[in-house]
Design a protein around this ligand. Structure first.
Ligand code: G3H
Ligand code: ZN
Length: 284
């Protein structure tokens, strides 16, 4: 099928009232787990790579692997840059053939966030690529981005309206109570704020830090306009947990394939479950 843009899959999600999963990849096995889950669920899918993942695996490797996977897949696949904080990195991804990029200017003053995001939107749209922007600061750790709870703040609905109008982005990441990484207690989402944002902003909303958020809260967020849901930690936990088990139970095994395949399978099952909760199963 080949790669499609974020806008394409999110427009369909908007019409159908569901959300599309955006799953972080770090290596070949994660890409395979994501694609095979999407095919099994007949779901559109967003494969995203953070700057840390690109540094680890190499931009060329990630792009080539996802392109090869997308061409052979029977479902629409988006290749998305997650939390791009560097203008030049965003441009390198565009040149490689990413079909969507996120510029995360959430650490910047609003006017600067607007200015750089607008510039990226101009360039990306000229190349037929979608752009996700972020407003508010999501707590927790996502690769190299660390935000202490004291530094985090929720998205202001009025600012969101201005941000969307002045940047021309295609999707907006909001901070409404989720956090990156493993939660200490149960997360509480500010649904009233989400509803207010939705009333003022008519484009697809993105929920980051969605690992560990109860399925019911996810469904409610979808009913309030969330159309892209980011999952990293829950896949890591499944993959690494299974890998640890395999290593412990087979200490003499030296074939990496025999150790990695069960971990890949565990990751795939978590992704399939998320797709069903998001309502994107059967929508490809
Ligand atoms: O951008 C990636 C996500 O927001 C992942 O968050 O690791 O809490 O699932 P998570
Ligand atoms: Zn995130």
């Amino acid at each position: 099928m080949g790669l499609v843009t974020l806008t394409e899959v999110l427009q369909r999600a908007e019409a159908g009232g569901y959300a599309v999963g955006a799953f972080n990849c770090h290596n070949l096995e994660f890409i395979q787990a994501i694609i095979s889950a999407a095919e099994a669920e007949k779901a559109p899918v967003i494969i995203q790579a953070s700057q840390g993942a690109l540094q680890y695996a190499g931009l060329g490797y990630i792009t080539s692997m996802v392109k090869a996977a997308a061409e052979a897949a029977a479902v629409p696949v988006v290749l998305h840059l997650d939390h791009g904080t560097d203008f030049q990195q965003v441009i390198r991804c565009l040149r490689q053939g990413f079909t969507s990029v996120m510029f995360d200017g959430s650490r910047l003053p609003l006017s600067e966030n607007i200015e750089i995001t607008r510039k990226i939107v101009d360039i990306a749209h000229a190349a037929g690529v979608s752009v996700e922007g972020e407003l508010g600061r999501i707590a927790g750790t996502e690769d190299h981005i660390q935000v202490a709870a004291s530094e985090s703040f929720y998205t202001d609905p009025g600012e969101a309206q201005r941000f969307v109008a002045e940047t021309g982005i295609d999707a907006l990441a909001v901070a409404v109570g989720t956090a990156h990484g493993v939660y200490r207690g149960e997360p509480h989402l500010d649904f009233k704020r989400l509803q207010k944002i939705r009333e003022l902003v008519s484009l697809p909303l993105v929920l980051h830090g969605s690992s560990g958020v109860p399925d019911e809260a996810i469904r409610k967020a979808i009913s309030l306009g969330v159309r892209k849901i980011n999952i990293d930690t829950d896949i890591r936990l499944a993959f690494v947990g299974k890998l640890r088990e395999e290593l412990a139970s087979r200490p003499h095994e030296i074939d990496p394939r025999k150790l990695l395949a069960p971990a890949r399978e565990a990751a795939r099952e978590v992704i399939r479950h998320k797709m069903r909760v998001f309502g994107c199963s059967g929508r490809a």
